[in-house]
Design a protein around this ligand. Structure first.
Ligand code: ZN
Length: 85
């Protein structure tokens, strides 16, 4: 087994690490191993992208949920400006 194979993760391990990273439970060595694997493995890179898209969708969703509040602030800002005129 060469050095590269020793540090390379299997795809199963890599996806497991991706999930762990999501939860912030990856140590430095593991995150380095994961990075290396993602550089070499298109499949896991695609998986990473997909989970990022999902995460962004959820992020956009929760942002939508909090929007009314932002709108209130925005309206208040406009009102304040109008009162200044
Ligand atoms: Zn892989």
């Amino acid at each position: 087994m060469n050095a590269l194979q020793t540090i390379m993760l299997s795809c199963a391990k890599a996806t497991e690490y991706l999930n762990l990273r999501e939860e912030g439970q990856l140590n430095t060595k593991q995150s380095l191993q994961l990075k290396l694997h993602l550089l070499a493995c298109k499949t896991c890179k695609a998986y990473e992208k997909q989970s990022e898209i999902l995460k962004n969708m959820f992020g956009a969703y929760s942002e939508k949920q909090s929007k009314p509040q932002k709108n209130e602030k925005f309206k208040a800002g406009i009102k304040a400006k109008l009162e200044d005129l």
